[in-house]
Design a protein around this ligand. Structure first.
Ligand code: AMP
Length: 171
């Protein structure tokens, strides 16, 4: 995983002062790095009966469909508000300042369906925890949450306690 770490670019003070941004574009352009990430995430969840992989907008969309393809599952998008055209379900969650919302199509997940949620970075865990509640609102079972990067010092996994959380790279 040190090799994968070396492919991730850290950009200080982006998008605002004090944020150290983990840029995965440098990992994506490396053929071996991209393969290792997709195989790593899919490998962890192989044989667990995943039927749907839900990707979180925007960078979750890069990884989730490829993981779904390897697992033989479908892909559904979890989006920012007012992007999805048909009937949606929504979950609002707290940010440091204010609130944010994630939405999913009402017919994206069937009751009892086993769903894997995928995103690029687990930071404070607010987004991923809202995504999990969203899937559960539709009656789906959150079989796991997979991330390329987890920022351990932000303790995002505390918000996902009791869930199968798997991250390839830890900082
Ligand atoms: P959070 O809800 O705090 O866990 O934030 C997760 C979302 O914000 C993910 O979709 C990430 O893409 C993005 N994110 C948060 N912090 C960073 C960071 N330091 N570098 C890159 N992306 C980040």
């Amino acid at each position: 995983m040190d090799h994968l770490k070396s492919l991730i670019r850290e950009v200080p003070d982006f998008p605002k002062p004090g944020i150290n941004f983990f840029d995965i574009t440098t990992l994506l352009k490396d053929a071996g790095g991209l393969k290792a990430v997709i195989d790593g995430l899919a490998g962890h969840y192989a044989g667990k009966g995943i039927q749907t992989v839900a990707g979180i907008e925007a960078r979750g969309f890069i990884f989730a469909p490829a993981v779904a393809h390897v697992l033989g599952a479908g892909f559904v998008p979890i989006r920012k508000p007012k992007k999805l055209p048909a009937e949606t379900e929504r979950v609002e969650y707290a940010l440091e300042y204010g609130t944010d919302v994630v939405e999913i199509h009402r017919d994206a997940v069937e009751p009892g369906q086993k769903v894997l949620i995928v995103d690029d970075v687990l930071a404070t865990g607010g987004t991923a925890s809202a995504a999990a509640r969203l899937v559960e609102k539709l009656g789906g079972k959150v079989a796991g949450l997979g991330f390329v990067i987890e920022l351990d010092f932000l303790h995002g996994s505390d918000k996902l306690a009791g869930r199968d959380v798997y991250s390839l790279i830890h900082y």
